[in-house]
Write a protein that binds this ligand. Sequence first.
Ligand SMILES: O=C(O)CCC(=O)C(=O)O
Ligand SMILES: [Fe+2]
Length: 267
Amino acid sequence: MPQVAPHDPFFRVASVPAFTHPLLAGLAAGRYAAVRVPGLLSPERCEEILTALEHRTFDSYGKARVQPPVMRFGVGISDHMAQGGVADGYWAALEGHRRAWRDLGLSFDPFAACRQALGAHWPGGVAVGRRGGRELGDGVAREPNQGFLVHFDDASREYTEDLLDVPLIGQFAFNLYLSVPPSGGETVLWRHRWQPEDEAYRLPASYGYDEAVVRGAESLEITPRVGEALLIDPRFFHAVRPSRGARRVALGFAVGLASSGQLVTWA
Ligand SMILES: O=C(O)CCC(=O)C(=O)O
Ligand SMILES: [Fe+2]
């Protein structure tokens, strides 16, 4: 008899018209690995942002840590981590970030629109997270044309103390795709969470791991569409495959489920 790989019925993707209360609760509880909402932003709104970004200079994430390079427009907190906390430079950089996004002259606030859709049905609502009373970054536009290595995101492990003023009881990663390539650019998730033995696979000084870290684990692959929002549980190891033929640009931010019941975002 041929061997059929066992499948976890909860390691699945929901594709739905809206971020409903049960689906967000299900994602936090581990009954889903990801939730996709096609058409969260209209093609016109995506195009408006892309056109505004077209002639802007993107920065790259810290070159030592992020190889192959990932470009971004806006400030991300991962470049400002210091001794398990947040470096002062983050707050200074955020002022430039707010100016840069304001100077795009968009007819709407794209991160506010994403937050609104994310929290529309969530009883506790959604807000940009705070640290020491100060509001964190609202999001970045990211361009991982050469992909993201296999990695996971977990603020509870990355920071010594609570990152935000409210403790988190769950975490998600939010992406809204503005431009996708005709081939490549898939987001891959593995049903594997970090365990101490995995450190043997960490690439030196990098955010990423050798792909052997997820060998044998069940996986699922998502091909993003323009205007679609994807919410994943980022504690599952995940990666983005290299793009071919066009830019892969997404709005992104981290989402925490606070112990207060509110959803809080940061970047
Ligand atoms: O671009 C994506 O689809 C996922 C990027 C990622 O690693 C994240 O959002 O944590
Ligand atoms: Fe990630």
